[in-house]
Design a protein around this ligand. Structure first.
Ligand code: ADP
Length: 479
């Protein structure tokens, strides 16, 4: 890997300000060609326990810093992220596969959370409430919850960390991060920059390891850790939630999605096609807010499909490091197996493949268009997490809403149309945490990201994002 700043390529866990090695290691591979990029230290329960103890110790200092002192250190961290943008993007693409342009976008997106929460640290306001008796006064303050455990996925190996860590540190919490074992290098590079930014020992810890269950169990059961913030599958989210019950931890979960993308008959079809391509094929379809079910009104169905097919055919598939590439490899062979099974089931159930449908080589899968899809297919029910666009037909607004809500998930939904009354009606009727209206660009630090139903709870970004890391304390005064 060619890096300007070689110090960013770290291979050990970062605990209490030290890079901790172990003889046990695991390989991190490049999903494009399966080359081993690095052997990374394989830590588990014991080191997680050490990291939590270090974070608990550091909490006593960090939470007592003035907000402006924490804010300055966060700003340093952001500055270093942007100064090292190219190297961070190269590390990200090499271990994760997404095109470099998307990797750069992810680093900037992550840095925008650090910028926002560095400023928000200064605005953790309390309240003064009229007293309940003549001689009583009520005040409210907000305080950092304590040590935070952040468990993050491989599809956004950098931004999912910044998005959790920035508000946590701004609030005065300290963190123990467990990155995905598939993509730990981006997390370790962020740790190196956190150290350079002046974060005291123990404030920012990263435990790398393949025994996710043991690390997660230690985080959830350890009473010194007061909050779990998780992004990943609904399956693992449920495990963490139940494991956190014993110690009554604060929990936020950003889980799977099954995003509908509805195109009404009065939509700007070209604009909808454009948005559909970017929301479906970003990161080779491997994001929790990727379009999963394209619901198109029957009167415009054929023209929409025709235009979508042309764009899908034109997508350039290849190595993320190649500047031409628009769709990179899938993360591993299990992901390939999963999309292949979904396609097989759809064909058996009567759908047709109008573009793509094959594995090109290794982990590169053709961008695929499936038509005549129906709600009985697995494609409708499951999170596809791959480059497959499946189109369904509907006739009425009510039918579109029912189809859209016919899922256990409730993260992102999108729809295109121009009747403002319908826009308001549909926005209210969709059982989702986020709704894109004539746009699929919904991710920004300025807005609350999060879901409902089995997509989880808690919000990341915006003024709401800080509350996840704060406890409310009320003081009653006799005056
Ligand atoms: P994905 O399907 O996106 O890989 P996962 O939910 O499996 O989603 O993984 C997200 C994160 O959760 C990763 O860091 C992974 O190592 C971690 N993880 C997986 N299983 C567990 C578990 N039992 N307890 C805690 N963390 C886990």
């Amino acid at each position: 890997m060619k890096l300007k700043n070689k110090a960013l390529l770290k291979k050990n866990s970062y605990i209490h300000g030290k890079w901790l090695h172990s003889k046990k290691e695991f390989p991190v591979t490049n999903p494009y060609n399966s080359d081993i990029i690095a052997q990374v230290t394989n830590h588990g329960k014991e080191e997680t326990n050490q990291a939590i103890a270090a974070a608990a110790e550091a909490f006593k200092i960090w939470s007592k810093f003035s907000a402006s002192k924490r804010s300055k250190i966060l700003k340093n961290w952001r500055k270093l992220q942007l100064e090292n943008l190219e190297d961070l993007a190269t590390i990200l693409t090499t271990e994760q596969g997404k095109p470099l342009a998307e990797a750069r976008g992810e680093i900037k997106y992550g840095a925008s959370f650090v910028e926002w929460f560095a400023a928000e640290a200064l605005r953790v306001y309390g309240d003064v409430i009229p007293g309940h008796m003549a001689n009583k006064r009520i005040t409210v303050i907000k305080q950092a919850v304590g040590v935070v455990g952040a468990i993050t996925p491989w599809n956004f190996p950098s931004a999912m960390i910044s998005r959790k860590v920035a508000p946590a540190l701004a609030a005065g919490c300290t963190v123990v991060i467990k990155p995905s074992e598939l993509t730990p290098l981006s997390a370790l590079a962020l740790a190196q920059l956190a150290e350079e930014a002046g974060m005291p020992s123990g404030v920012f810890n990263v435990v790398c390891g393949t025994d996710a269950a043991a690390i997660g169990q230690e985080m959830c059961s350890n009473p010194e850790l007061r909050k779990i913030s998780f992004t990943g599958s609904t399956r693992v989210g449920k495990i963490l939630l139940s494991q956190s019950a014993d110690t009554i931890k604060k929990v936020s979960l950003e889980l799977g999605g099954n995003a509908p993308f509805i195109v009404f008959d009065d939509a700007d079809v070209d604009k909808a096609v454009e948005a559909c391509i970017s929301s479906k094929f970003r990161n080779a379809g491997q994001t929790c807010i990727c379009t999963n079910r394209i619901l198109v009104h029957k009167s415009i169905h054929d023209s929409f499909v025709e235009k979508l097919a042309i764009k899908i055919k034109a997508l350039k598939v290849g190595s993320g490091l190649d500047v031409e590439t628009e769709v990179g490899p899938m993360i591993n062979t299990a992901a390939i197996k999963s999309v292949s099974a979904l396609l097989e089931n759809a064909i058996q159930e009567g759908a047709n493949i109008s573009e793509g449908g094959h594995l090109i080589k290794d982990q590169l899968f053709e961008p695929t268009l499936v038509v005549n899809a129906t709600k009985d297919m697995d494609l409708f029910k499951k999170e596809i997490f791959g480059p497959i666009a499946a189109v369904y037909k509907f006739e009425t607004e009510q039918e579109a809403i029912e189809l859209a809500n016919d899922t256990k998930y409730g993260l992102a939904a999108y729809f295109f149309g121009s009747d403002y009354r319908r826009i308001w009606r549909v926005s209210e009727a969709l059982e989702y945490g986020m709704v894109g209206i004539n746009t699929a660009m919904i991710s920004t630090t300025l807005a609350p990201f999060g879901g409902v139903k089995e997509s989880g709870f808690g919000r990341e970004g915006s003024k709401y994002g800080m509350d996840e890391y704060l406890n409310i304390k009320y003081m009653a005064w006799d005056v």
